[in-house]
Design a protein around this ligand. Structure first.
Ligand code: ZN
Length: 311
């Protein structure tokens, strides 16, 4: 067959390599989001905790949903709020949840990140990288305006045979090979749409094909493109009691605060955008990114099983 037949969106397999469905803005509707995204072909969701306050929510979500891969980590924005016992608490979560990966952790010198002591960010980041190495788990890393520091810390702490996922990668093409040599994967989100397309294209083409991942970072990173309709997050009426927590998007009044929230189903928009810049068929990018994520997340103890090599 010269050309594969066009496939319906539902025939594509996708792996949302980084999201936060435990986020309080969407937690109440997360089962509906997971169901809808799964029906569109999203087979897995790596759900990342961000602080001691939400690790138990991630743990519960992974128990409730076979498609959810739990990740526990202390995000740089929450470094100042950590308790003196945070590392022991983190270790307890890994002991209780052997299928978990590490994340979201990282370094941030962006507008909010620069208000947080950078020395403390580095210390907290490094300790969690060491934990990921000790546990032989992949680690999901956030980096904003700190790629030089990131490279230095990863060099000091690495290599990382279990892999490092650079979430929502927006670094330069020049950084790719150095990071790739240290075991990094490059996970692309809707934020990429905000990068100049010529620069994004150059960066994407510099990523080895076996290191490309796709993510939504939902409920953040809503992919905004002209003439592309996004899947809206249904509104959950806060007074509904848990007995009849039933989401009927039609009956819900539009809630302005919901309009910026990202649905994991919007990974199809990321797929479409990245495929267009890479000049690659969507189905090919879907399949290769799915395989890459499956490889990264199929560490011993994980819910994700490695796929047989070759087809
Ligand atoms: Zn994130």
């Amino acid at each position: 067959m010269a050309q594969a037949p066009a496939r319906a969106a539902s025939a594509v397999r996708l792996f949302d390599a980084h999201c936060h469905l435990q986020d309080p803005r969407v937690a109440a509707v997360a089962p509906a989001l997971i169901r809808a995204a799964a029906a569109s072909g999203v087979a897995r969701f790596a759900v990342n905790g961000t602080s001691e306050k939400d690790w138990h929510l991630v743990q519960q979500m992974a128990e409730d949903h076979p498609a959810v891969v739990p990740c526990f980590g202390l995000h740089p924005w929450w470094v100042p709020e950590r308790s003196p016992d945070w590392m022991n608490s983190l270790r307890r979560f890994f002991a209780e949840t052997p299928e978990a990966a590490v994340g979201e952790i990282g370094l941030d010198k962006g507008s909010h990140g620069k208000t947080i002591d950078f020395g403390e960010q580095v210390e907290v980041f490094q300790r969690q990288l060491e934990l990921a190495k000790e546990l032989e788990r992949p680690v999901s890393v956030h980096c904003v305006r700190a790629f030089g520091d990131l490279l230095e810390v990863l060099k000091q702490t690495g290599p990382f045979p279990a892999g490092v996922l650079l979430h929502s990668y927006m670094g330069s093409s020049e950084m790719v090979s150095g990071l790739s040599n240290l075991g990094c994967y490059f996970s692309l989100s809707g934020f990429l749409i905000g990068m100049k397309s010529t620069k994004a294209k150059k960066m994407l083409k510099s990523i080895p094909l076996d290191r490309i991942l796709l993510e939504t970072d939902a409920p953040d990173a809503l992919p905004r493109l002209d003439n592309v309709a996004v899947s809206p997050v249904p509104v959950h009426s806060s007074d509904a009691d848990t007995e009849k927590r039933h989401i009927d998007s039609e009956s819900q009044a539009a809630n302005a605060s919901n309009e910026s929230l990202n649905h994991p189903e919007n990974i199809h928009i990321v797929l479409n955008y990245v495929a267009s810049l890479l000049e690659m068929p969507e189905s090919e990018l879907a399949e290769l990114s799915y395989k890459n994520a499956t490889k990264l997340f199929s560490y011993p103890g994980s819910k994700v099983q490695p796929e047989a090599e070759g087809i």
